[in-house]
Write a protein that binds this ligand. Structure first.
Ligand SMILES: O=P(O)(O)OC[C@H]1O[C@H](OP(=O)(O)OP(=O)(O)O)[C@H](O)[C@@H]1O
Ligand SMILES: Nc1ncnc2[nH]cnc12
Length: 178
């Protein structure tokens, strides 16, 4: 008899690393790079993160930097394109810009004004949802471009930081609650 397939929770528990006091004291950093580095791990998280949104999106937006890994793989797997939402100063042409706060600091995200047509249905992917500052900023940028955010997919949701509440009205799918 075949053994039971490993659950996504067990896979993430087995492969994720937790780093105390990084990048600053008091932060418990959830490091998913070993999941990305594992052939089954990468395939499982990409397949499972997009599953609830099948047929509902035209393009996938990835958030620099760790969201790029997921979004590029998911766009390739679903035959869609990928929108790059980047940290300030990296995109060469005219941008929409938005400031935000996250668990351990502040930042600015940018989106090329002409990378996405109004009305396009967008799925946002990122690795971790903490305070929701980053994903919320990405949703505002896509709104400035006239796009429609149809969902947000993340691997880990740090529940006690309340990100989901900040994203009211948006469908959030996380693979693991921690
Ligand atoms: O919900 P929040 O509180 O906004 O935190 C979540 C964000 O924090 C991390 O990104 P980070 O800015 O550290 O960038 P990186 O992917 O470039 O490491 C993570 O990849 C998310 O994008
Ligand atoms: N605790 C955390 N671990 C990994 N990424 C994060 N992004 C924001 N908070 C984080």
């Amino acid at each position: 008899m075949n053994p039971e397939p490993e659950t996504i929770n067990d896979l993430l528990d087995r492969l994720s690393e937790i780093v105390p006091d990084y990048p600053s004291a008091g932060i418990s950093f959830k490091d998913l790079t070993p999941v990305f580095a594992d052939p089954q791990g990468l395939r499982r998280i990409v397949d499972e993160i997009i599953a609830p949104f099948a047929g509902k999106f035209d393009v996938i937006a990835g958030l620099e930097a760790r969201g790029f890994v997921l979004a590029a793989a998911a766009a390739y797997a679903t035959g869609t394109g990928m929108i790059t939402i980047r940290k300030a100063g990296k995109l060469p042409r005219a941008v929409h810009r938005d400031d935000y706060t996250l668990e351990y600091g502040t930042g600015t995200l940018e989106l090329h004004r002409d990378d996405i047509a109004p009305g396009t249905r967008v799925l946002i992917l990122d690795d971790v949802l903490a305070t929701g500052g980053t994903v919320g900023s990405a949703a505002r940028l896509l709104g400035m471009a006239g796009a429609q955010v149809v969902g947000i997919g993340v691997v880990l949701e740090l529940q006690e930081l309340g990100g989901r509440e900040k994203l009211e009205g948006l469908e959030v799918h996380s693979l693991q609650l921690v």
